[in-house]
Design a protein around this ligand. Structure first.
Ligand SMILES: Nc1ncnc2c1ncn2[C@@H]1O[C@H](COP(=O)(O)OP(=O)(O)O)[C@@H](O)[C@H]1O
Ligand SMILES: [Mg+2]
Length: 500
């Protein structure tokens, strides 16, 4: 089979679909091709429901050939797009800045979808199109079958209030308001009555582990806790879609990891469609069911974390992927090798037969499984000989098992394997959740992993300054720019008044 760029040893045939690299349950390998074009229609179209079958939660978002041009002559820019000119050329010729260039892909209901790319690549523009903070120059955004640009003002407000919440990197908590009132703030703006919004806010605070802090003021909270309040504020309206624009980028690494786990935990409780913008690939790999990589307004690749890691669409993606901490992305199951002696435990296979097998195969160890391929233990020629010399009743195979051969769980990140593998003189067995034997990880396997052309430590993040069209435009500001239907800059965008 074709050699893989990042894994010199032959593991790929096992990775799909038998052994997902990432946390389960994942979405089925998407029908989205390398360049983000969905090949199959209704993949996971139906709206998913919560366990209790209550209010439908996650919603699908289809992004259909969306362009966003900033400037007063968008059509001129789009004409040049038709002629095949690049974003840079179009900017030079017309002064029009292309924020998003023919984005075409589907975010499935209930997935955590990460959008990545260097600064200025169009991530924020794309995410603002999703709740119509800005409108596309052409193309459609379809949320659960509804083109959101066709909605009237009332329906648009309802969509933002009920379905879509947004969390920004920098959001202001009001210092004079309690944590509870800050959390309820969006609902208050939406005209929700006090008892209802306080109840919803309290529930949201509990979801993020701040149930006891409602009566406190923001200055009593650490930075990480304040970010949780930002998240609770977005959750208070119980949205089906959560948009997060670099929401964790300003947090220190430990709190950031904690917040990533928080998102994953919340997804377990209630599955939402989460669109998460990040420029950190480790973060994307950790939480993303799928990832879209953007460059110059274009979506250059959409795929699962390991599709992107294994077959980057181009050099831009490859450069991103180089920096990834592969040891935390790949799991024991990905690097386990089958090339070992396996003995099926059977009544007529005693120590003597096992010893012969080991000697014939010219190996030191063998791995014993039962008829259902469940791992039972490791034997060595020495342990078998010792057993054969022991008491008559102690000559069954299990009496020759080496005591400290603790199997590795298939989902253990490679980063956590170095210690256990180094501690024993034989390759350690890898088992999946039901105890099935998947193969072994040896010291040699670990060394080969380190010797890949991906450095184990990510290099510093490259930040390319975006093209400054309008010097007054705050490129790094997290708040939205002026747009036809933009609301006043505010941390949560589902909060316009429309008292239902
Ligand atoms: N309101 C605006 N006016 C002019 N240009 C803009 C505006 N918003 C974004 N852009 C341009 O669109 C491109 C993408 O920006 P943005 O979506 O903010 O990128 P990212 O979030 O990936 O850093 C950049 O070239 C940026 O300068
Ligand atoms: Mg941005």
């Amino acid at each position: 089979m074709r050699a893989l760029p990042y894994l010199p040893f032959n593991v790929a045939q096992r990775v799909f679909p038998a052994a997902p690299v990432h946390r389960a349950p994942r979405f089925p390998a998407s029908r989205v091709g390398r360049h983000g074009h969905a090949h199959g229609a209704a993949a996971l179209c139906s709206t998913s429901k919560t366990n209790e079958g209550e209010k439908p939660v996650a919603k699908q978002i289809r992004i259909e050939h969306v362009f966003k041009v900033f400037g007063d002559q968008p059509q001129a820019a789009l004409d040049l797009v038709q002629q095949g000119l690049s974003k840079q050329d179009i900017l030079q010729r017309t002064g029009q800045s292309i924020g998003v260039f023919d984005a075409h892909f589907t975010i499935e209901a209930g997935e955590v979808f990460v959008i990545m790319g260097l600064s200025g690549s169009g991530k924020s523009t794309l995410v603002r199109l999703l709740n119509r903070l800005i409108e596309p120059t052409s193309g459609q955004i379809v949320v659960d079958g509804q083109d959101i640009n066709q909605l009237n003002d009332r329906d648009l407000r309802a969509l933002r209030r009920k379905d879509i919440s947004m969390v920004f990197q920098s959001f202001a908590l009001m210092p004079h308001m309690t944590v509870l009132d800050n959390t309820a703030f969006g609902l208050e703006l939406a005209g929700v009555d006090k008892p209802t919004r306080q109840k919803a806010a309290q529930e949201a605070l509990e979801q993020v582990g701040l149930g006891a802090w409602g009566a406190s003021y923001p200055d009593a909270l650490s930075g990480g806790m304040q970010q949780r309040v930002g998240l609770a504020r977005a959750l208070a309206s119980d949205p089906s879609i959560l948009l997060m624009d670099e929401a964790f980028s300003a947090l220190d690494p430990i709190i950031r990891t904690e917040m990533q786990s928080e998102i994953l935990r919340l997804q377990q409780i209630k599955r939402r469609t989460v669109v998460f913008i990040s420029h950190d690939l480790d973060e994307a790999m950790r939480i993303g069911d799928r990832i879209a990589i953007m460059k110059d307004g274009q979506v250059v690749q959409v795929g699962t974390p390991d599709e992107i890691l294994r077959s980057p669409a181009n050099d831009y993606v490859r450069n991103f992927v180089r920096g990834v901490d592969a040891a935390s992305v790949f799991k024991a199951a990905d690097i386990a090798r089958q090339a070992v002696t396996i003995i099926s435990e059977h009544s007529d296979r005693g120590c003597r037969a096992a010893l012969r097998l080991i000697e014939d195969s010219d190996r030191d160890h063998a791995y014993v499984v039962n008829s259902r391929k469940r791992y039972l233990g490791v034997v060595s020629s020495q342990s078998l000989r010792d057993a054969l010399q022991g008491q008559p009743g102690m000559r069954a195979l299990q009496h020759a098992f080496i005591p400290n051969a603790v199997p590795l769980a298939s989902s253990t990140p490679v980063a956590d394997l170095f210690g256990p593998v180094a501690a024993v003189p034989f390759p350690l067995p890898v088992v999946d959740e039901d105890g099935s034997f998947l193969g072994v990880v040896s010291r040699t396997t670990m060394l080969k992993f380190l010797d890949r052309d991906t450095p184990p430590v990510p290099p510093p993040q490259i930040e390319v300054p975006p093209i400054q069209l309008n010097p007054k435009f705050p490129v790094h500001a997290a708040e939205p720019a002026v747009a036809p239907h933009a609301q006043p800059a505010a941390p949560v965008h589902n909060q316009t008044g429309d008292a239902a």
